[in-house]
Design a binder for this molecule. Sequence first.
Ligand SMILES: [Zn+2]
Length: 275
Amino acid sequence: MKNKFLFSIFSVFFIISNVKAFELCGEIKQGEFVIGKAKDATKISLNDEDILLSKDGYFLLAFGRDEKNTQKLTVTTDEDINYSFDVGTTKWDVQNIKGVPPRKVEPSDSDLAAIELERKVVRASLKGVKDNTSWLSGFIMPIEGRISGKFGGQRIMNKVPKNPHQGMDIAAKEGTPIKASADGEVVLAYPDLFYSGNVVVIDHGFGLQTIYAHMKDMKVTKGQKVSQGDIIGTVGMTGRATGPHLHWGASLRNVRFNPQSLVDMEKNQLKCLKL
Ligand SMILES: [Zn+2]
């Protein structure tokens, strides 16, 4: 058993010569997604829970918007090696949003059932951890457009503080085709949810899903396999929206993170911390 402590991806790290190398590619920071490579590992666990390892030795990590805990990664080769590291802090924006329909900011008692339904339906779609590696196709932006709301922003709607933003908003004309960001399987295509409107969730394997909300039309159904670039729906403003846009979200093992870091994945392959 060996223990190591990493301060951050950009600071001090240790190499012990008799330990087989592994790498973490990406930024170890709140809201970020990181790919690990451990060619010789037979098992990986994060905070004492086993996570999937591909046959090529890849594994996935994501850090929530408010993650503050020291992370413990155990890489098993012919022995268990424990690494501890802290997650860097990110400074989040404050977003003032005006003109939201009042009912979507302060829902009435009769809306609570619809909100509860949405919570259940979305949560269920994000809990799958399938062992396929569709995420190896890489990720593209589902539409081109102006980023009208960043991930993690503290939102104030009609002057009322609300939950932080769990995805990225991309403004585009109503009816703009939305592409599947990567290969995967549609695990949710649900109409008319209170906040998300018409929403599609695609599962990419290893507990990684992408979420597409406020669609005008949905062009896929639950259970359908999609390839990167397939049209899954069109931009709309269903649910809680003040104008036509795509809310694009990402989740790994139920941790929401910034989907931008999926698109940056290839670039991040070059930013690897070798351990
Ligand atoms: Zn949004």
